[in-house]
Ligand binder design. Sequence first.
Ligand code: ADP
Length: 620
Amino acid sequence: MAKHQFQTEIGQLLQLMTHSLYSNKEIFIRELISNASDALDKFNYLRLTDEKFKESDWKGEINIKLDEADNSIAFNDNGIGMNEQDLMDNLGTIAKSGTKAFMEQLTGDSKKDSHLIGQFGVGFYSVFMVAERVDVITKKVGEDQAYMFSTDGSGEYELKPVVKDEHGTVIYIKLKEDEKEFLGKWHVESIVKKYSNHIAYPIILNYTTEETEGEGDDKVTKKVKKSEQINEATALWTLPKSELSKEDYIEFYKTISHGDDEPLTYLHNHVEGANEYTTLFYIPKTAPMDMYRADYQPGVKLYVKRVFITDDEKEMLPPYLRFVRGVIDSEDLPLNVSREILQENRILANIKQGAVKRILGAIKKLKGEDFDRFVDQYNRVIKEGIYTDHTNKETLLEIVRYKSSTEEGLVSLDDYISRGNSEKKEIYYIVGADEKVLRHSPLLEAYKKANIEVLILDDEEVDSIVTPMIGQYKEWTLKDITTIDAPDSKTEEEKEEISKEFKPLTDKIKEVLGDEVKEVKTSTRLTDSPSCVLKDSEDPMAGMAAMFAQMGQEMPEIPLILEINPEHEMIKKLDGLDDKNLFETIAWILLDSAKLSEGLEPKDKTAFSNRIATLAAKAL
Ligand code: ADP
């Protein structure tokens, strides 16, 4: 018998399971059934695609045995099984980055935390919420030797060869003294129904009950062994819609999502024609934890004629729909379809195309609170879609929502259009990292005055990349207000004239500020403020800055352009100012305060406040 040490992270996880996460213990049943079902799926696939494993009379089954006398519960499946190496790899270490992510997400609220267990693929270890000891007795299909893996949930486990006839796995759980509720037939049955009713294999509950026979003095009580199938064991999506209730759909969602939340919406379609397939998709109420991780777990399982093929294929839907959960079941794909084939398969491409259309359709149909919830959770990935999915760009632009300078809450582009100036057909927006700064930007002044709505895009990382490439929506052109003239601005000739008139002044300011700004010029965008700064949009780095940020790198510095408002009192007076020192002070203040309004910092903060003090003293 060989003793092994658990990987450190598992040690921590076990600690957590035994000592903190006990508010929702029953989910260990769901997790073990889910593992057993996966093991059955894997074997089923093998026997159908590989001559070596052909087993014509095999019927996948999950048996649960309750043993009161022994204070134990056991889960038995005739699935693929594990060999010695599998046991060490799958149960002794955590190969996926799952556990680390799991530990990072923990809130300390055990109720919330227990919902995370299923999502992070740490399901097996949930048995330690109820187990004093666990033995995993397992034999891998096609191999001769069976093994037993035993642990009491402390830092070590033992591995030894044992005898077992059939391939598959038994998880034997010696319950803790105070966990006897998991020996009750009704209790276990109701848990299975709650979470696993639509697992596609029969789940059989084996238990002992007392029965009395005879009358009066002849009355004898006997212990009788009983077996009963307790789940529906149908692949829910194969049933016609007309036979399914909302409750059925929600129940199935709980099974596949490892949670007990209801979905925001679901859609079930059977498609016939060039290709025949069924899809059942769910949109979760809460975005999956790993939505922004590169190693996110895809949420859609692929079946071919009801045989499970994979749940690890990210290409089933476009990446921006990675929050969708559900099933695709194709009648036309070959069973032994490889990953390479999947990726360029015409049938799958076809299914995918139809699926995306239907999912977006369902999103558009969401109403009121449900739609708001959707936007709250998924607006950002929808923007990702706008950038990547050209076929459905128009629909995605109908769904996406933005903040607005004139309206409360969030608005759609259609809302904007319905209020906007239909002669010009322009949709104005401004992008930045801080909503408050954007709302107070001097660049908005002219729009406020002219009562023109501007969209406030404060998810800079995404918006600064996505929005410029939108171009048009329903013949309206999107315009970044930092790159265009303000509304009601002067004609080109007038602008020329003003620029000429103020040239001596702008040159003088540039001389004072030196390399701090690329250019100083008269502005056509300002009404109340004396000055504003803009990033030089012609600088080759400007378009790439946000991309740098997204890759976690420092943004390269983009040169600034200082614009001054020729109509402002301060600028007019500055033009005729002789006091050289005072001129310099004010030139710097024009730059630094404009920077502050855009959420940027003055280069020298002490100098800035000294200058303000100088000015204040003069004014007094
Ligand atoms: P997950 O199921 O999310 O991968 P678990 O911790 O529940 O995470 O299980 C770890 C791994 O152990 C599984 O991925 C699987 O490879 C293996 N495993 C667990 N239970 C069984 C079983 N009944 N039969 C075969 N393999 C199993």
